[in-house]
Design a protein around this ligand. Structure first.
Ligand code: SF4
Length: 259
């Protein structure tokens, strides 16, 4: 076991040794357990989007809004052959770009965003993708979530992008509490996840939400973090209480049938 892993376990053990835990301790312990699980089992989590540089990543992330990474990856090789950098993309018209991405959801809107994004990169950023959130959010089609993905994936910065998967997994597990907005979930996650883990944690939560903790039917039986998950703990309590109720009813019925 590495020192880092041993340290992770030590934190958990220390928290347990503390006897009664307050809410803050319990939350810290939940984070530590969940992060340790992913550190050990998915150490190399990465984006499923294919890209070669920050420009390609920015295009791919804009295309991936309400579209699968698989579909985006099917389109981007031809797209990048046509438009290998911000300069070539800036020279294309929105209808030309729309034609190149017609099999992606919302092609017309996304074409307008890509065109505006490329023109701004050329006009104001020397054709390069900037590495600050403020500058990124000026680009058409780039909101806080997309900016965080670019900061974290392209530049390795500790930015947590909260998409629908991250929002759902954080809420179900109890990593976030009473969060009504992606910004609130982002704040709670960033507060508890060590900076060095934030870029990987973004992928851990997205991939977990995509393949295990799915929206309609979470696969709790196959989930490696179920013992630390608030939703699962509540589910188990409900099952236990129903089983207890059923047992009581069965006993009462048996008693009545003997009278
Ligand atoms: S136990 Fe179920 S609800 Fe909790 S994280 Fe795993 S799949 Fe999601």
């Amino acid at each position: 076991m590495t020192d880092a892993k041993a340290e992770g376990f030590k934190n958990v053990t220390d928290a347990k040794a503390g006897g009664f835990k307050n809410v803050t301790d319990a939350k810290a312990e939940r984070f530590e357990n969940v992060l340790n699980y992913f550190r050990q089992n998915v150490p190399d989590a990465a984006s499923e989007l294919r890209y070669a540089d920050p420009y390609q990543l920015t295009v791919a992330v804009i295309l991936s809004a309400q579209c699968t990474d698989k579909r985006v990856n099917a389109v981007t090789p031809d797209f990048f052959a046509l438009y290998p950098d911000a300069e070539t993309l800036a020279r294309a018209s929105a209808p030309e770009i729309g034609e190149a991405i017609r099999s992606i959801s919302y092609p017309n809107n996304k074409a307008k965003h890509l065109s505006g994004m490329a023109r701004m990169l050329v006009g104001e950023f020397d054709g390069r993708v900037p590495d600050s959130r403020e500058a990124l959010q000026q680009l058409p089609g780039v909101g806080r979530k997309t900016a965080n993905v670019i900061l974290s994936v392209a530049f390795g910065k500790p930015a947590m992008a909260v998409d629908t998967h991250v929002f759902r997994v954080a809420a179900r597990t109890g990593l976030s509490e009473n969060s009504k907005t992606p910004e609130d979930t982002e704040r709670q996650l960033v507060e508890h996840i060590p900076e060095g883990d934030i870029p990987r944690a973004h992928h851990w939560l997205i991939l977990h939400g995509r393949y295990v903790c799915t929206a309609r039917k979470p696969k709790c039986g196959e989930c490696g973090i179920s013992e630390y998950c608030l939703h699962y703990q509540e589910l188990s309590k409900t099952k236990q209480s129903k089983a207890k109720q059923n047992k009581t009813i069965t006993n009462m019925n048996a008693k009545h049938s003997r009278l």
